[in-house]
Design a binder for this molecule. Sequence first.
Ligand SMILES: CC(C)(COP(=O)(O)OP(=O)(O)OC[C@H]1O[C@@H](n2cnc3c(N)ncnc32)[C@H](O)[C@@H]1OP(=O)(O)O)[C@@H](O)C(=O)NCCC(=O)NCCS
Length: 180
Amino acid sequence: MTSQQFSIHQQSKLDNALVEQLLDRAFGLDRRTKSSYRLREGQTAVDGLSFIARNSAGSIIGTISFWNIHLGQEGTKAILLGPLAVEPDQQATGVGLALMRHGITAAKQASHKLVILIGDAPYYAKVGFKQVPLNTLQMPGANDPKRLLYLELEKGAFITPNGTEPSGLIRSPSRWDARP
Ligand SMILES: CC(C)(COP(=O)(O)OP(=O)(O)OC[C@H]1O[C@@H](n2cnc3c(N)ncnc32)[C@H](O)[C@@H]1OP(=O)(O)O)[C@@H](O)C(=O)NCCC(=O)NCCS
């Protein structure tokens, strides 16, 4: 597909219903069974880090958001990227990568240090994501550990103060606060 004209904007509450419909079309109606959704339950997306792409007609054709999470036993703070989605008939025109680059730049400007996601490594490697070493961090639920990826927004942010990689479960802020 050829490249197209689009622009990226902060997502507003007025966009929410259309974004949910776009997510249903891009991921399918069973999308809420994915493990990323376990981390988003009862949370709101990080303020100021939800963006949409609009085509030249003004229609929403892409979306990205980020969520606060805590990593492993140490509780290292990070943000979870996703969902990232592009309208099925507008995919492969550069919208996804543009949304991701925009979101990552905004996250860096807001002083976030580390991004985590579950996704296809070859795609996310295009913006610098690397695979989380196996047998370290775990997402809740069943998922392929090779799809767990990270991106340091500040050099060394993935390494804990002990000099090791974080290990254990990835939790939402509410579950981290409620830990035994
Ligand atoms: C995945 C998704 C967000 C990508 O957005 P997009 O706008 O279609 O992708 P872009 O146009 O920005 O990027 C295109 C490039 O990425 C590559 N690419 C796209 N999806 C890929 C994948 N899953 N694995 C590897 N490469 C991929 C394309 O081959 C293309 O490479 P090229 O530039 O070298 O030709 C989009 O296809 C989508 O919404 N898919 C359904 C929902 C989904 O799976 N979201 C991601 C959850 S992990």
